[in-house]
Design a protein around this ligand. Structure first.
Ligand SMILES: N[C@@H](CCC(=O)N[C@@H](CS)C(=O)NCC(=O)O)C(=O)O
Length: 204
């Protein structure tokens, strides 16, 4: 299998973390995917995902899977370790909801990054404010949720860690830790996992 990904994408990091957590790293080759690179690079991504987005997983059959929740569930079913996404029951819906929250934080953060790359006079203060608020509201909800107990190590936790890691990487000015000691401690602890450490984005 071949995973089109970039070392900085939070969604690709989530998939790469799942590969490590499920013991499948050797089953997948990482291939660079640059949706916003040269015309040829963007076309290469579109040839497997008509939406032109990464990550995309090309199976040995040639079929491509996207987007990241679909890829993660596929890999989780292939893996031999403990399941990151329970097959049924309350734990499944909690994991999926937390994945949605993590992916939503990544969506808002990615939009913020893209908007900041536009010329200043073309940026929308309204959207910048809306996406920033979404990040803080999600972090506040997670802080409240942690009062009831630690999060399970599941697909939701992996998605949250990838998204918070992306905030630290691209938007350090967003202080999502402020006033959120439980979330800060949870993230510090989860960051110790090999799957997180080994998928860190490049420093430059
Ligand atoms: N919902 C998608 C989001 C993927 C996504 O937006 N990836 C970004 C890279 S971080 C991308 O390829 N963007 C290109 C574009 O939006 O055209 C997923 O979870 O895989």
């Amino acid at each position: 299998m071949r995973l089109l990904s970039s070392p900085t994408s939070p969604y690709a990091r989530k998939v790469r973390m799942v590969l490590i957590e499920t013991g499948l790293s050797d089953a997948v080759t990482l291939a660079p995917g640059a949706p916003m690179g040269s015309a040829a690079e963007a076309a290469a991504v579109r040839s497997v995902n008509p939406l032109g987005k990464i990550p995309a997983l090309v199976l040995d059959s040639g079929e491509a899977l996207y987007d990241s929740p679909v890829i993660c569930e596929y890999l989780d079913q292939l893996g031999t370790g403990p399941r990151l996404l329970p097959a049924e029951g309350a734990g499944r819906w909690t994991a999926l909801r937390r994945q949605a929250l993590g992916d939503g934080i990544a969506d808002a953060a990615f939009n913020l990054v893209m908007e900041h790359r536009r010329p200043a006079e073309q940026r929308s203060a309204e959207w910048l404010g809306r996406w920033t608020e979404a990040v803080h509201n999600a972090a506040a909800a997670l802080e409240d949720e942690l009062e009831a107990g630690a999060f399970a190590v599941d697909l939701g936790a992996v998605a949250l860690a990838a998204a918070l890691g992306y905030l630290d990487f691209r938007l350090p000015q967003i202080d999502w830790r402020a006033g959120r000691p439980r979330l800060s401690a949870w993230f510090a602890d989860f960051s110790q996992r090999a799957s997180f450490a080994e998928t860190a984005p490049p420093r430059s």
